[in-house]
Write a protein that binds this ligand. Sequence first.
Ligand SMILES: Nc1ncnc2c1ncn2[C@@H]1O[C@H](COP(=O)(O)OP(=O)(O)O)[C@@H](O)[C@H]1O
Ligand SMILES: [Mg+2]
Length: 606
Amino acid sequence: MSSNVYGFSLDKPYYLRSALCELGLSAVSAASAAVMPMPLYIPLATATFAGFMGVRHALYYMHSRKGITSLNDGNFFTLSPDAMREKRIEAAEDAGLDDNYYLGRGFTWTPRYMSLYETIKNDPQFASLSDHTNKAGGKPFIHNIGKAEEADRVANLKEHTLIAGESGSGKTVLLNLLVAQFIQDGEAVCIIDPKGDKDLLNSVYALCQTYGREEDFLFFSLTHPGKSITFDPMANALKSNDAANRITSIMDLTGGGKTFQDYCWSVLNLIAESMINGNHKLNICNLLRFTSINGMKELHALNNEVLFSITNENQRLALTKSQALLDHRSNHPSEHFAKMTVSLEPLLLSLGTGEVGHLLSPEKADTSWKDIIKNRRVVYFNLSSMVDSYTSSSVCKLLVQDLISYIGQMYAYEKKPSRIKLICDEFYSIVYKGFGDALNKSRQAGMHAILGLQTESDIAAQTDKNMVDVMLGNLPNKISLRISEEHLADKIAKKFEEAEHTTIMKQRSTSAAPTDSALLFKSSTSERTQTRTQTIVTKEMIMGLPQGQAFVYNKGMMPLKIAIPMLELEAGVRFFEDILNREFRLAPEDFFAPIDKLIGHSGGAA
Ligand SMILES: Nc1ncnc2c1ncn2[C@@H]1O[C@H](COP(=O)(O)OP(=O)(O)O)[C@@H](O)[C@H]1O
Ligand SMILES: [Mg+2]
């Protein structure tokens, strides 16, 4: 028993059986002393000895039971945002708060724990650590083996961060914990929510209320246009090729392919160029308006008038040139144009008409990336695809492209890094071609992205499968909650360093056989040790995590094993129930007017 690395034996049933047999034998021997005609010392000695052994095994049983219970203990815990902040300050005492975020209670996952994990797993009595005694599921012992070293932990998340975890693993709880710290720190925060997560929305708004940032809170929603701010996701497309890149990168290419995409790109590039040269606002509505044969003719006519008023010689030249190209293109056979732009039209129509069109191409937008970053807003883009998933995912991508474009410009031209946190629960909603690269550059320019990843199959369905590897490469910090998809769990585990570990393999041949001898407690347990090298966190460990628990990977550091707290929020105004879905009766002409009042924000685009 002393050989148990975890301090007690998992073999609770064996001790119980032994104790019962021995105590039984002790009682029978004692009784037989009274009735059997034999010297008294024989049954008394047996009774005493069996009694002693029985008591010993009973104590072992109790010890084992207590141990197993504590290994199976759940680790759910809650904290108020203020208490969390205090713990963060304490835990980050030496390192300082900057970029150090509180993640919960945990310990450093050293090779010792890896060995302990493997040893427990290889114990023949492993089954007594069941999965279902705990409401958080998974294998709580993964965390409980380190209870003795458990402390409040922060991690440096200066770099982009991946949060991997299947649905129900605790991603929203963790995102919430991080967002709370961003709000407490007074950061500019952009949350892109492709799922319409009511809990996250309510919580972000509640946190803004708690920390006096209600005025900073901005809400955008395609499904609640009457309560949404307006936002122009093309506002920072300063060049025609930028606009063309963005639109073609989100086009649905089924049935089309590269040739179609290239054709659309050249058409868009030409139209955007003509719009810029002719001083027309480069927004989606206008792109829709001019992207057709008639539209190009209309643009050509408008620009002919503009040409007269232009005094700048360079602009005149540029416009004259684009007019000639426009003229040439609009005189192409129209069936050809229609065939080639077949996938462009539905995209521009979905983004440029109706309420969506109004929200994305306003005369003057309610806010801008500049306003959000400069005035440290907390902007929540609710892009749940209740209406149409193609439109929502296109908007997600346009928003991110514009943000990256804006901070890139700030950095390149004004040598000023922006500071903004970008949070998205499902990264595949915002990835487009070239996203990995953009992410890389945006880090320098001041953006910190926290992106969620659920399953690999989701990604394969949405974009190209290699995207997972691209993202794993571009998001240096990784926090892994439970993942059941073996392939993905394996991919993430492989990011953790390798280490050597020693496993104690135990084998008990049989349970003690009563017929064997008078020594009922005799059992044969053999142990051998095995040394192997593997990643310090394995796919099995990731697949076995209970809800709300994670492994944290920080480059160059030992991993952390953490249990994440759920934030207890004060009951205040619930954004989803009390503001968003309150019965809403307004005359149609007032539909868009009271946004400022509803959102509690009066600033326009700065
Ligand atoms: N620290 C925690 N304390 C209590 N419950 C938790 C904790 N972490 C996760 N949970 C439970 O797990 C559920 C799922 O978590 P959630 O963050 O919504 O998962 P996901 O976003 O990954 O689908 C929560 O509703 C909550 O009941
Ligand atoms: Mg969630």
